[in-house]
Design a protein around this ligand. Sequence first.
Ligand SMILES: *Cc1c(COP(=O)(O)O)cnc(C)c1O
Length: 399
Amino acid sequence: MFRRIYLDNSATTPVDPDVLAAMMAYLTDKFGNASSIHFFGQEAKAAVDKARHQVAGLINSRPNEIIFTSGGTEANNLAVRGLVERSADKGVRAPHIITSAIEHPAVKSVCEDLQKQGCEVTYLPVYDDGLVRIEDVRNAIRDETILISIMFANNEIGTIQPVHEIGRMVRDLRGEGKKIWFHTDAVQAAGKVSVDVEEIGCDLLSVSAHKIYAPKGVGALYVRRGVRLHSQNIGGRQERGVRGGTESVPLIAAFGTACEIAKDRLDTESLRLTAMRDRFENAVLENIPDSSVNGAIDRRLPNVSNISFRNIEGEGLLINLDMQGIAVSTGSACSSGSLEPSPVIRALGKDDELARGAIRFSFGHLNTDADVERVLDVLPTSVENLRRLNSSSSKKSAG
Ligand SMILES: *Cc1c(COP(=O)(O)O)cnc(C)c1O
């Protein structure tokens, strides 16, 4: 029988059966509103409180520093816009933001939007390893800088930015009296590598449930005690008044459970996935000529391998693999469907051809060694066939 293999765990993950079990009661009997005073409300509130502890446990924050949101995108919007608008409330004119050239659209597009409203934004370059340099961050700081937003791990290539160094720098600057805050989008990193807000020293940190085996539509923003944000969702007093709206108790309960599971199996799963990914990647590099890894291989998430194949269109390979039951991605799901080369791969300084031939393989809990074998069986032939087609069609159009 045709067995499908899912190697797109950076785009989203299947819901863990234990996570589903944990949320079911809140879709049925335990339907209360967490703001209600009666028994039904208290039952719902207890579930939200429990989840708040579980999310805090994954990132080593205090439970009351967690604001539940509808996902990573909303958490990023709330962090960046919420902080900028708060500083505007405080009378800061033309605030300056430092971010990177390879942020997720949920940070990048918010920054671009804020530019139209008078914010200054510096988009730091990354080098061929996909990393920003701490000196570049330091040199970009101005008197007006109020926010540095640099992602923990990139969603396309998995590279891990020097967030601990940035956190330390920001803390030192604040020690000298500068009003500057540090946000990091840890949506891809949480549950895969150690994410500890105290170790990082960040003020704001975004996480999302559906990247860690819980349903879509829920996430959280860590807001360090004492950091004030301008609400982006005005309504009731839920989530300390920062994020109004009746809590989605089932989704929040699911998210909490997923965080607890992720924490419990982080060490073993990250070793397992690293071994699987490396075996796959080494075999690809060995067996397929003109293939190369994008981003630093020694500062990456355990589960991601982004490989460029010369002289093919990534989209073509994606479709070819899909017909053989193998699901991969050509970079971020948000920009797929367009044939523009990935801006992330371009930012590494790669030429258009390499950027267009980039494929992201992202492994997850359900993948086994047998999956790797099957993909290694199929991939070299697929690449070869596409290259042959490509060169014969270019000969035809040239002749
Ligand atoms: C998926 C993702 C997001 C968006 O999270 P949603 O919950 O899908 O809104 C933000 N940042 C990164 C790095 C992501 O990978």
